[in-house]
Design a protein around this ligand. Sequence first.
Ligand SMILES: [Zn+2]
Length: 241
Amino acid sequence: MRGTTVKTEAIVLRGIRYGEADRILHLYSKTRGRIGAIAKGVRKPRSRFGGRLEPFFRLDLILHEGRGDLMTVTNVATVDGYPRLRSSGPALTAGARACDSVLRLLDSAEPNPPAYNLLCRYLSLLDDPAQSRAAELETALSFRLKLAMAAGFAPELASCARCGEAEHLVGFSGAAGGVVCASCEAGSFELAAEAHRFMVEALAQPLAEAPRAEPLALRQVERSVRETLEHHAHVQLRAAA
Ligand SMILES: [Zn+2]
């Protein structure tokens, strides 16, 4: 077979059944960013790939890169299957939304180690029974903020995104890409101080220590991230909860 051999660690973001027994995989890899791959014969009962090529699996992969758009999976070993995540409804939903966000926001073949490590970290938290808040909205929104930052689209939170004013930050503008002051609030929506604080703290703290906030503030946080990514990354995320 002509082509090159690629070894990388990757998370399965999505799998699509293809043909009689194959599966097409959307992978987010540690060293090659997004990868599209085909696993041949994976749906046969005695496939050597076993049940590993399913969403959320963290894998060590060997792939064949030929001339086509898709690489071919030739070998696979499990790094982590996150079995407890799979047995919890809320954790599964949160994990699926996280993978969907990565799928929409990070589509280049450039590696992004902070984004890769963040996704692995979140899946580990969702898999850990001691992390009772992992599947909550606060952690999901902290993940989104950190993912936006890793992708280069963190909202401006320190001063007005339009004029630089550091006081009287009363609104958020997705078009401006951050908080805005009272004189620049045209086209923005009202941002509670609690929502502003949540975003600052979420970006500063580890994912396992997501700040807490009331539902109204969390809705504003979600809208801030969503509108920033719509305007600047041209990406629409699904609802966080
Ligand atoms: Zn301003």
